[in-house]
Design a protein around this ligand. Sequence first.
Ligand code: ASP
Length: 419
Amino acid sequence: MSAEKFISNNGAEVHDRVKIETESITYEGLILPKHNFSKENIIILKLDNGYNIGVSTKGAKLSILSKAKPKKTIVEAKKKNKDLQNITILGTGGTIASFIDYKTGAVSPAITAEQLVNSVKALDDIANINAEPLFSLASEDMKPKHWEDMAVKVKEIHDKSNHGIVIGHGTDTMAYSAAALAFQLPEISNPVVFTGAQRSPDRPSSDAHLNLVGATKTAMSDLGEICIAMHETTDDRNVAIWRGNRTRKTHSSMRNAFSSPNEGPIGIVSDKIEWKRKYKSTSEKTTIKAGFDDNIGMVWSHPGLSIEDWENIVNGKNGVVIAGTGLGHINSELLDVIGKATKDIPIAMSSQCLSGSTNLNVYRNGRQLLENGVVETYDMLPETALVKMMWLSKHHPDKINEMMGKNLVGEISNSRKLD
Ligand code: ASP
């Protein structure tokens, strides 16, 4: 019998304290949520000595020792300080909205944007924060429809309340969402700042609090470009502001996880913001062109990539972005197939290198790609190129080839085109 069925047949639930008797041994402990590494019929128990153990339901008897207590979380309403600016924090999930359940050791996406804001005392002296939940997702589960919903929500808040917005987001795909908002919202009346955390906010080592404070200060500036605000270094000192559509998560676990290798941060937030490069200021109104064509493919060029691999990914797509090697290359075997494909769909070439630009004029294969109608994307990151083609395919389907290589909202630095 499956573990879930066995538990519910006995009137028990996850986190109840139970006794399980088998033929040879009896265990007492808390029922833990099931994970994908154990077989169907295995119940995971957290024993009193801290170890987790898997027990087969076969021939086992379960009795409940005590029911799990529902967690009560009291959220106090904060008083508004009329001398401070208003800011909205939108919660979308990710580690910044999670906590570790020390009983079970699992990280659960459970705290609301409001609980998060209330846990950061330093925010009280910076702004009046209105927290709103939008989604509760790990960012690897975001889809283009979520990017669209975020843009629509931003426009609604800007139009109605005319103040800055912080978006709490999982770090894994934060840069995709930031790029997606940059294309959908080319003009913003108030800042839109993404932030997140590499450690959940309840851990002493969490980066959530400093990131939130830095993001909130940025949301009160005149920055008119969608940005990401996260730790500058591993110290709890400064937050770096990155241009959203030129940034990648470049470290899987460290707090200074983000970088824009081709340009560095736009600014550094400590007490105040020290601006490091020119940026676009906020506009009169927020303008929106929301939505994406999610039927765009991406091919990572690598030694041994075959025609069959190419066709498996590309057939039926409305456009393709290649993350090419070096200056924008793919093996010679594929050149004719790609040439044929460009007659039907747009194909753009970006570079896997983190810094520098594509240049298809240098080598023979690159020239052939250009002659065959592949467009190059210069120093735009491949993931930004993917989001851009998804956006163009929805809003400017006849101009994709013309617009992919042109800078629209800061995603390409023209000065690097001919490096
Ligand atoms: N996998 C998580 C996410 O992107 C990691 C994080 O939030 O940092 O949602």
